[in-house]
Design a protein around this ligand. Structure first.
Ligand code: PEP
Ligand code: MG
Length: 314
């Protein structure tokens, strides 16, 4: 029994009935790799590449980028590493890129993420080349801030031209969740970013405490958007991860699995509690919890209704 408890404390993520849910880490730079390995992450579900570009007048060299991505792969032998291409603009301003084409009264609605990379394709091409130079089957790439199938197609073509085998996009804009099928037509996987998805679904600035109640991941409308994206991925037979902060809440992690998430990625500190919560509930319980939450109309009620189906969380 002690062995079983130890392996569920350290081993791969799965539900009580054995449904695998790889548990991955969100990593913001090389300094966080060690903690992710120590916490038993099975890989990196979101490698925020911004750290390579912040506070610099020039972009990093190809060699520097390649070194960074290789170090991430080497930290997780056999595990996947999902490198997110540069998510510049809005809450992640970058010194080396010229300002947006015109003044931005609302930077979160401006030229950020993939939109910025489309104006500076040489920056994205250099990132893709650095990922390709690592030449690892375990490396995945995904683009942030994708709004349409056309944008996903543009990104996927650039990645395929660089011969990258695993290409994905984030779903963090409501239009992308509503039409996830269009995005899935050109990529191999999607990953839901609940931080921005909440911001854009509720028109509530993620950096503004005054509207933080609207950022609550238990908002039923957010759960509906996640369900929509996950079921589109299920129909397409492609993986759908969640890499927003909501995956770090053990009860929400069970609900996300119930909604159809195939992997969860979070800060390393949350992995143990999420692993334990999944190991204590069956996939059927997770689905019941998800249905119960979506049947309610407020975040508090949604959470209480979900927890009623997740007895091990007390
Ligand atoms: C998100 O938006 O949920 C996400 C994971 O990306 P970031 O927090 O880096 O914007
Ligand atoms: Mg985001």
């Amino acid at each position: 029994a002690r062995q079983a408890a130890l392996s569920s404390a350290r081993g791969p993520g799965r539900t009580a009935d054995g449904h695998p849910v790889p548990l991955l880490a969100n990593v913001g730079g090389p300094a966080e790799l060690e903690a992710a390995v120590a916490a038993g992450a099975e890989g990196i579900g979101l490698y925020r590449s911004e750290f390579l570009f912040l506070d610099r007048a020039e972009p990093p060299s190809l060699e520097e980028q390649t070194r960074a991505y290789r170090a991430a792969v080497e930290a997780f032998p056999g595990g996947r590493v999902v490198v997110r291409t540069l998510d510049g603009g809005a809450d992640k301003p970058l010194a080396f890129l010229p300002a947006a084409a015109s003044a931005e009264p609302n930077p979160a609605l401006g030229e950020r993420g993939l939109r910025r990379l489309r104006r500076f394709p040489e920056v994205m091409d250099a990132q893709l080349a650095a990922v390709a130079a690592v030449a690892s089957e375990d490396l995945h790439v995904m683009a942030p801030m994708v709004a349409t199938g056309e944008e996903a197609g543009w990104f996927a073509r650039a990645c395929r031209a660089t011969r990258l085998p695993h290409v994905g996009v984030m779903i963090e804009i409501p239009s992308a969740a509503l039409r996830a099928r269009d995005l899935l037509a050109s990529v191999d996987f999607v990953s839901i970013g609940t931080n921005d998805l909440a911001q854009y679904a509720f028109a509530a600035d993620r950096q503004l405490g005054a509207v933080s109640a609207l950022q609550d991941p238990w908002q039923p409308a957010l759960l509906d958007l996640v369900a929509m994206a996950a079921s589109a991925a299920g129909e397409a037979g492609k993986p759908c991860g969640v890499c927003g902060e909501s995956a770090a809440d053990p009860a929400m992690a069970c609900v996300l699995v119930g909604l159809g998430a195939s992997t969860l990625s979070m800060g390393a500190g949350a992995l143990a509690a999420v692993r334990a919560a999944l190991a204590a509930h069956t996939l059927a319980q997770c689905r019941l919890a998800a249905d119960a939450a979506r049947a309610r109309t407020t975040p508090a009620d949604a959470r209480a209704a979900a927890r009623a189906h997740l007895p091990a969380l007390g």
